[in-house]
Design a protein around this ligand. Structure first.
Ligand code: SF4
Length: 248
């Protein structure tokens, strides 16, 4: 028998955020998987929060689709971890690619767009492929690993939020801290990016203008786009009152 799943618009988000304020991430995930799956996906860039969420979700729903955007600029370590997660842990990782090749990118926008216009670079290489995927797959409910303690700009992000495109954004780890995440990773012996052992506190694309070494005392995301007035890749901008909208 076909059972129609709930639509995110069925819910009062204020009520949902209040109802789950003291819930564990696993309780939140049980709820959203039961309510929305298969109209539900997760984005991951394999930073520590993604690794925790993927593990929690796979315990509830094996083979859950996890979307990774291969910008073409990732660290070798990130791509190796993706292979490990697929081959050794059996995760169902869907890899998206930008619409245009690096040659076209350079030809149309100049060399090293990440240095001259990182917002545009993120938009072309991250936001556009994801939005296209979401539109084509008709998925309207989207889990990501944002946490309030990652940066001042993420302080106002809620567990459940709607964005301008009508997506329901779900952040089960929103109240977790850096230490909570590491405790979970260690307790469950999960794999993680080796770059964290080498002075990085947040890992995105490999150009130095996008990801640099950092001390956690300065804020987890302080090593990202250090020389720019930019704290987000564009996937989540709208949620934190930026011009654009969308764990990068
Ligand atoms: S993080 Fe840097 S290289 Fe990656 S898409 Fe954004 S600007 Fe481009």
């Amino acid at each position: 028998m076909f059972i129609e799943k709930a639509n995110s618009s069925t819910y009062d988000l204020t009520e949902l955020n209040e109802r789950f304020i003291h819930a564990t991430p696993e309780e939140v995930l049980h709820f959203v998987i039961n309510e929305f799956y298969p109209d539900l996906s997760m984005t991951a860039s394999f930073k520590i929060s993604s690794i925790v969420l993927m593990h929690m979700i796979n315990r509830i729903k094996n083979n859950f689709p996890v979307v990774f955007i291969d910008t073409g600029f990732h660290f070798v370590e990130t791509l190796k971890l993706r292979e490990q997660l697929i081959n050794d842990f059996g995760y169902n990782i869907i890899t998206l690619h930008p619409e245009i090749s690096k040659e076209e990118l350079n030809r149309n926008y100049g060399q090293e767009l990440y240095n001259t216009d990182p917002d545009l670079c993120c938009h072309i290489n991250k936001v556009e492929p994801l939005k296209k995927y979401m539109k084509n797959s008709n998925i309207m409910n989207w889990i990501a690993g944002l946490r309030k303690d990652q940066s001042p700009s993420r302080q106002n992000v809620d567990m459940f939020m709607n964005d301008a495109d009508g997506f329901l954004r779900i952040h089960p780890l929103i109240y977790w801290t850096w230490n909570d995440v590491w405790s979970y990773i260690r307790a469950n012996k999960l794999p993680y990016l080796s770059l964290y052992d080498n002075g990085y506190t947040s890992v995105g694309c490999s150009p130095e203008s996008c990801t640099t070494k950092n001390s956690i005392e300065n804020g987890e995301r302080n090593g990202r786009w250090k020389d720019f007035y930019k704290t987000e890749c564009g996937l989540h901008n709208e949620l934190i009152n930026y011009e654009l909208n969308i764990d990068s």
